[in-house]
Design a protein around this ligand. Structure first.
Ligand SMILES: Nc1nc2c(c(=O)[nH]1)N[C@H]1C(S)=C(S)[C@@H](COP(=O)(O)OP(=O)(O)OC[C@H]3O[C@@H](n4cnc5c(=O)[nH]c(N)nc54)[C@H](O)[C@@H]3O)O[C@H]1N2
Ligand SMILES: Nc1nc2c(c(=O)[nH]1)N[C@H]1C(S)=C(S)[C@@H](COP(=O)(O)OP(=O)(O)OC[C@H]3O[C@@H](n4cnc5c(=O)[nH]c(N)nc54)[C@H](O)[C@@H]3O)O[C@H]1N2
Ligand code: SF4
Ligand SMILES: [Mo]
Length: 703
């Protein structure tokens, strides 16, 4: 028996915790924390350790599966790929290359080669129909960073170790470990900031429990964050004044910002955001008066109707309080790979008109909210869809309509670890190499790490018949007779187009993949840069100036006024549905992990405040119907006094009734909350394509 230990890193979330894998006779036996890891220092969460259960899950796909009637049968790679290519060829001949689309899901963010490969594949066949989980997650941030900083990949993060005031909007770091703000053990980092005297304020409809009594929550009404931010800036302008001295000459159009926020005084927005004007004023003054203040926002604000507006205002709050690119404020840390410039024009011409309304494809992404519409379209329909590490049936709004649209495709191919709820409708499910079966670089988290680092990992174990995306797509291109840039090497290492790309990025810090491979853990700590070089070295706009109110935002600002008016018309007791991540799920991905199905985590309850439960005549642990114009589901009622009254919270990723390829998930199916999320015209933010997935009007009644 041969036992080895291999140092690698976790690719389930942005923290990228150092892991030590125990490999016995080529099999991954166990995972433990890498105590000596210079960045994550022995921190891991239970999901990271349970990644071994996922890796060894008997439900994982081992071979391609082809649909035969209502069943699936294993088939070898060669016939599977020839058949898929033949079907693609027919579809392209009939409907043109744009009838082929791809959807890439969240795990691509932690797989350096997959997303790029899918993008290249589409480009090589001549389609620009790319959907990603991004428009259900963070496309608002991509869009705003493009128009403000010239790159979707530039995101000033809080200098958490030096700040005196930290504003945390729409994030639950204990549960989720953060997004666009990567740090090992986030609660310990927050606690250290708190213990040295920093004030921490969460903005969240749910009282955020950190387990350490750090930071109070201001319980905002869902989907209203932009108005709170506008009112904070308004208050700073009218009483304290903007402090833009440090960056003054690098800024343009502060007046435009001033004009916009002038409409939203704390007094005017108080009822809409559900926070007393006095409290908004105190928050504004606390932030502006702090010697150094930092701010962060995440999915709670991203997934509202105006995530882009909120992210713009967050940047502006930092700018007008002189906390931008400053110690203890927000800054752009060092990175190992250069950020990419904007891929769409930065003016109004970049909006694409469609019959579902205009959208701007930042990072070339189409709005997930119109995936079903584009499939069902009678003029230029999508007829083939390749899904790589995604589960759109559960992660995008539209519920049954999306499911039916996917079932109507001429070809649906899913590349995944499992035959998931989406794969259940597929013609082919192709077995993907998981995180321990492929080489990788922590590519996505560059530029948002508290301790900047680059880490490479080799494969930990052999993938057997499971394959990486680039390999699969290269083979399809070969079958299609299209010269492929994705051809890899016999030893299974990346195609040159990918390794050259990574090397070119790493070159900037004096590294290469070969160099990283020589280093202990494949890890290079980057020289820690200091704030203060943003306008000379980092900003990527043409003139290196930050336009505080770019003309391209005009329609976004006008939309804010319309939505504000809608809020004013809305009944005060309108219930709103929000998202609720838990430590027992990872989107839909960890739904098949039996160890996480403890009591309470085995279904998807409707969490409500006890006063709402009483008011609506509901009973705890009894079924209730939650419904709106989009759909209706029945689930058990659960009480959570930490919720703001009027708010209903459920978890996404459940809804695995039909997912026969994931037996544990199917045994504890829960309901798909995105049956209640809108899709189609009006359900996305035009400037970013972001879906509307939190703060959704619903009604609840006993079932
Ligand atoms: N209502 C509501 N909806 C939401 C959200 C919400 O908060 N509320 N959150 C949104 C967010 S932030 C996100 S990121 C999206 C996620 O949306 P998706 O990415 O579409 O969905 P996931 O559930 O993350 O599905 C990931 C799939 O990838 C597979 N997978 C895991 N690892 C690998 C791998 O290494 N290779 C391959 N090929 N496959 C792999 C898993 O088995 C799983 O099937 O959901 C969004 N949807
Ligand atoms: N255990 C676990 N970890 C995860 C994931 C998971 O599913 N489970 N998913 C991973 C992924 S893909 C991502 S993107 C990250 C996300 O990381 P986070 O963005 O931190 O995600 P959440 O924990 O869902 O925190 C979002 C918070 O927003 C609040 N919220 C909802 N609506 C609103 C609103 O309108 N305004 C405000 N201000 N707040 C609101 C919710 O109550 C919730 O506490 O987590 C990652 N890590
Ligand atoms: S915090 Fe994220 S990276 Fe770390 S072990 Fe958990 S899932 Fe993996
Ligand atoms: Mo996400």
């Amino acid at each position: 028996m041969s036992t080895t230990t291999v140092k690698t890193f976790c690719r389930l979330c942005e923290v990228n915790c150092g892991l030590v894998a125990t490999v016995v006779d080529g099999r991954l036996e166990a995972l433990r924390a890498d105590k000596g890891h210079p960045v994550t220092a022995g921190f891991v969460c239970k999901k990271g350790l349970l990644a071994a259960d996922v890796h060894n899950d008997p439900d994982r796909l081992d071979l391609p599966q082809r649909r035969v009637g209502n069943k699936f049968e294993d088939v070898a790679w060669d016939p599977a790929l020839s058949d898929i290519a033949a079907r693609l060829q027919t579809i392209i001949a009939q409907h043109g290359p744009s009838s082929v689309a791809a959807y890439i899901g969240n795990p691509n963010a932690f797989n350096a080669s997959a997303g790029i490969s899918v993008g290249l594949f589409l480009a090589m066949i001549g389609s620009n129909r790319l959907f990603t989980a991004g428009t259900q997650d963070c496309a608002n941030k991509f869009a705003i960073s493009e128009v403000l900083y010239g790159s979707a990949e530039i995101h000033p993060i809080p200098d958490i170790d030096r700040t005196d005031f930290l504003l945390m909007i729409g994030t639950n770091p204990r549960v989720s470990k953060g997004s666009f703000h990567a740090m090992g053990d986030p609660i310990a980092v927050l606690k250290a900031a708190h213990d040295r005297g920093a004030t921490i304020r969460f903005i969240n409809p749910l009282k955020v429990e950190t387990g350490s009594g750090i930071g109070e929550t201001i319980q905002i009404r869902p989907d209203t964050d932009p108005y709170l931010l506008a009112a904070i800036i308004h208050e700073i302008d009218r009483t304290i004044g903007f402090a833009v001295s440090t960056n003054g000459s690098h800024l343009r159009n502060v007046e435009g910002l001033r004009e916009f926020v002038a409409q939203y005084s704390p007094e005017r927005v108080a009822d809409i955001v559900g926070i007393d004007a006095k409290e908004i004023i105190a928050l504004a003054q606390g932030f502006a008066a702090a010697p150094r203040a930092a701010a962060h926002m995440s999915t709670g604000a991203n997934l509202g109707r105006q995530g882009a507006l909120a992210y713009w205002l967050l940047q502006m709050l930092l700018v007008v309080t002189d906390n931008f690119d400053r110690p203890g404020g927000n800054w752009v840390p060092a990175r190992a790979t250069a950020p990419m410039g904007a891929l769409a024009a930065l003016d109004e011409s970049s909006f694409q008109p469609t019959k579902w309304g205009p959208y701007r494809p930042s990072r070339t992404m189409l709005p997930g909210a119109i995936l079903a519409d584009m499939i069902l379209d009678d003029e230029q329909p999508i007829r083939a869809l390749i899904v790589a590490s995604g589960n759109p049936v559960l992660s995008i709004g539209g519920g049954e309509r999306l499911q039916k649209a996917l079932e109507s495709l001429d070809l649906l191919v899913c590349i995944d670890l499992y035959r998931n709820a989406t794969g259940e409708s597929a013609h082919y499910n192709l077995p993907a190499a998981g995180q321990f079966e492929r080489e990788d670089l922590n590519f996505f988290t560059q530029g948002v790490q508290r301790i900047p680092s680059a880490q490479w990992t080799d494969r930990v174990v052999d993938p057997n018949e499971r394959k990486e995306e680039w390999w699969i797509l290269a083979r399809l291109l070969q079958e299609l007779g299209i010269p492929s840039m994705l051809d890899g090497h016999d030893d299974g290492s990346h195609p040159d187009v990918l390794s050259d790309y990574f090397d070119a990025g790493l070159d900037a810090i004096g590294y290469s993949i070969a160099g990283l491979r020589q280093a202990e853990r494949g890890l290079a700590l980057l020289a820690r840069n200091e704030p203060g070089t943003f306008f000379t070295e980092q900003i990527m706009t043409e003139d290196r100036v930050l336009d505080c109110c770019p003309a391209i935002l005009e329609s976004t600002l006008a939309r804010a006024a319309v939505i504000f008016n809608d809020f004013e018309q809305e009944p005060v007791d309108q219930l709103k549905l929000i998202n609720r991540r838990t430590t027992n799920t990872l989107n839909s991905f960890f739904q098949n992990v039996a160890a996480l199905k403890e009591r309470g985590a085995d279904h998807n309850p409707i969490f409500m405040h006890p006063t709402d439960i009483a008011k609506l005549g509901l009973q705890i642990d009894q079924p209730a119907r939650i419904y709106n114009d989009c759909g209706s589901v029945v689930a058990l009622v659960a009480a959570d006094p930490n919720l703001r009254a009027g708010v209903v919270a459920m978890t996404h990723g459940f809804g695995n009734q039909s997912a026969s390829g994931m037996k544990t998930a199917q045994r504890f199916p829960g309901v798909n909350v995105n049956m209640l999320s809108p899709s189609g015209a009006g359900s996305f933010d035009p400037i970013s394509g972001m879906s509307h997935l939190t703060g959704i009007p619903v009604s609840v009644a006993p079932a």
